[in-house]
Ligand binder design. Structure first.
Ligand SMILES: *Cc1c(COP(=O)(O)O)cnc(C)c1O
Length: 495
C-alpha cells in the first residue's frame, strides 16, 4: 500500500510522495508529512555490508512508495556519483573520541549536497509520473548553502528553472562567490536587502499567492521548492544517519543495538528532523542534540516550551544557522500535538501574528528525544582551536557549534554514549572565520591565501569547489529590496 503524505495544517486529502515533492508546500500553507514513519525491513547485519547508494535505496523505497525500483535506483545512481570526491559519500572520522560524519564531500562542499544532488531527479521523475507539462520553477531562499547546492543540482536540468534569493549581507564571501558565478541558462541568483527570514517569508508568500499561481499556470509555469520544507529533501537526509550507524557497527566501534547520540548544528530544523525520522525507523539513537549558535531560539524552545522569534537577529560566523523561524519545526510540533492539524495551525498562526507560541505540558513531555544546546561565538572559536591543537583536524564554524554544544552536554549530563556529530560544511567554505579562530595572524591574508594555508595546516587538498571560484566571472549581480521579490520573479518569467 502506498505511503501517503498529509498537510500539517488540515485534515484534508493526502497525496502521493511524488505529488508532495512536486508541490513542495501544501495548498493550506502546511508542510507535508508521511502518514506514518516506515520501519526498516532489512537487518543491521545486512546493512553494514551495503554501499551508500544501496543504503539510500533501502530507506527511500519505504518513503517514496509510488516510485518504481528502477526510477529510484536511477535517481540514486545519478545523484551519488563522481560529483562526490569520495566513494564513501559520507565518511565518518573519529577524532578525540567523537565521530564526525562528514556530509560535505559533494559539489558545493556543504551538507545540502546530500539531498540537493538527488532532488532534481526526484522532481523530474515526479513530473513525468504526474503528467505535468508546465515548466517547473524552483523558488528558493537561502542562508548560503542551499542556494549553491540547489543551483548546482538544477543547472541545465530540462523542464526546470531555478531562482535563488539570498540575504545580500548575510552570507560568507565564499558562499556569495559560489552563487554569483553559477553557470546554466536556467539559473537566476538575486540578493535581497534583508536577512534570511525576510527571504524565506518572501518565498513562502509567493507560494501561497493564488493570483500569481494563476498567472503562472496561464504562462505554462508552476512553482516547486528546493528548500528543506520539501519532503524530497528530507527523505534523502534520513539515509546518512542509518549509514553512520552501520559504519560504526562495521568498524566494531559499537555493538548491535547499542544506542548512540547524534548532535546536529541546526538552523531550519531539517537535518535534525531527518535524524528523528531515522530514530523512528529503527536506528538505535538515544538523544538528538540540537545545537544552535547565538540565534538560540530552538535552545530556548527546548528548555522552556516557548518559541519566540521576537529578538534581534544576530549575524554569526555560522551564517547557515542564522535563522529565527525554523520551518521544519512545524513537522515536530504537529507530531507532538498528537497529529492534530487544528492545534498545529493555531500555533503557527500565533507565530505568524505574534511571533511566538507556547506548547502544553503534554507536548513538552513528547520532546524527551531531544536536548537543546547553544554555543556563543567565543565558544565556537575556542572549539575550533581546541580540536585543531589536539588532533590536527579542522572544523568549520557550523560543525564547531555542534562540537562545542556536545562537549557542554557531555559535561553536564554525564551521558557517555558514543556520539556522531553531523559535520555540515567543509572548513574551506568558511576559511576566514576558521583560520582566525586558530590564529589571529591569518587576519591579514586574502581568502585564497587562507585556503592555501588551510591546506597546509590541515594536510588536506583544496576542494575543486574552491579552485573553481578563484577565477570564475560574476554572472549574477541583481539586488532587490525585500518587497521587490515578486516583481523580480515575474520579470524573469516574462509575466
Ligand atoms: C543548512 C545548514 C545547516 C542547518 O541545517 P538545517 O537543516 O537548516 O537545520 C547547518 N550547517 C550548514 C553548513 C548548513 O549549510
Amino acid at each position: 500500500m502506498d505511503l501517503l503524505y498529509k498537510s500539517t495544517r488540515n485534515g484534508g486529502a493526502a497525496v502521493s510522495a511524488s505529488q508532495a515533492i512536486l508541490k513542495g508546500l501544501a495548498d493550506d500553507g502546511g508542510l507535508f508529512v508521511p502518514e506514518r514513519i516506515p520501519k526498516l525491513d532489512v537487518g543491521m547485519a545486512q546493512l553494514t555490508t551495503m554501499s551508500y547508494q544501496e543504503t539510500a535505496y533501502e530507506v527511500m523505497k519505504l518513503f517514496l512508495t509510488d516510485f518504481t525500483e528502477a526510477e529510484l535506483k536511477d535517481c540514486i545512481r545519478r545523484a551519488y556519483d563522481r560529483k562526490f570526491d569520495t566513494a564513501e559519500i559520507a565518511p565518518l572520522k573519529k577524532r578525540d573520541g567523537v565521530y564526525y560524519l562528514e556530509l560535505f564531500h559533494g559539489a558545493t562542499i556543504a551538507f545540502k549536497d546530500m539531498a540537493l544532488s538527488i532532488l532534481p531527479h526526484l522532481l523530474t521523475a515526479s513530473a513525468k509520473k504526474n503528467a505535468v507539462r508546465n515548466e517547473i520553477v524552483i523558488l528558493t531562499a537561502t542562508s548560503g548553502d542551499t542556494g549553491k547546492a540547489a543551483l548546482a543540482g538544477f543547472a541545465d536540468v530540462p523542464g526546470t528553472r531555478i531562482i535563488v534569493f539570498y540575504p545580500k549581507d548575510g552570507v560568507s564571501p565564499v558562499q556569495e562567490k559560489q552563487m554569483v558565478t553559477q553557470k546554466g541558462k536556467n539559473t537566476y541568483v538575486i540578493g535581497i536587502r534583508g536577512n534570511f527570514d525576510d527571504a524565506q517569508n518572501g518565498v513562502k508568500k509567493m507560494f501561497n499567492d493564488r493570483e500569481l499561481a494563476r498567472e503562472m499556470e496561464a504562462a505554462g509555469f508552476q512553482f516547486s521548492s528546493a528548500n528543506s520544507i520539501n519532503i524530497g529533501r528530507l527523505v534523502p537526509q534520513v539515509v546518512y544517519y542509518l549509514y553512520a550507524y552501520t559504519r560504526l557497527l562495521a568498524a566494531g566501534e559499537i555493538q548491535e543495538g547499542e544506542k548512540i547520540n547524534v548532535t546536529v548544528p541546526t538552523g531550519n530544523f531539517g537535518n535534525i528532523l531527518a535524524a528523528y525520522y531515522a530514530k523512528q525507523m529503527g536506528v538505535p539513537i538515544q538523544k538528538l542534540i540540537c545545537a544552535s549558535n547565538e540565534n538560540k531560539v530552538l535552545y530556548d524552545f527546548f528548555t522552556t516550551g516557548v518559541y519566540d522569534r521576537n529578538r534581534p537577529f544576530i549575524l554569526t560566523t555560522s551564517p547557515s544557522m542564522d535563522i529565527l523561524i525554523s520551518s521544519n519545526l512545524e513537522r515536530l510540533i504537529y507530531k507532538i500535538a498528537g497529529e492534530d492539524a487544528a492545534k498545529n495551525r493555531a500555533l503557527m498562526e500565533a507565530l505568524a501574528s505574534d511571533g511566538r507560541y507556547g506548547i502544553t505540558e503534554d507536548m513538552k513531555e513528547r520532546l524527551a528525544d531531544f536536548a537543546g544546546g547553544y554555543a556563543s561565538e567565543a565558544e565556537v572559536e575556542r572549539e575550533i582551536k581546541r580540536v585543531y591543537e589536539k588532533t590536527g583536524y579542522v572544523l568549520d564554524t557550523h560543525t564547531a557549534v555542534a562540537s562545542a554544544v556536545y562537549q557542554k552536554y557531555r559535561g553536564e549530563s554525564g551521558d557517555g554514549a558514543k556520539t556522531v556529530i553531523a559535520s555540515t560544511a567543509s572548513p574551506y567554505k568558511f576559511t576566514r572565520s576558521v583560520m582566525r579562530a586558530i590564529d589571529r595572524k591569518y587576519d591579514a591574508m586574502t581568502d585564497f591565501e587562507l585556503a592555501d594555508e588551510l591546506a597546509k595546516i590541515s594536510k588536506t587538498d583544496i576542494p575543486a569547489a574552491i579552485e573553481e571560484i578563484r577565477t570564475a566571472p560574476v554572472l549574477h549581480d541583481t539586488v532587490v529590496e525585500k518587497d521587490g521579490m515578486k516583481a523580480a520573479v515575474k520579470k524573469i518569467l516574462g509575466i
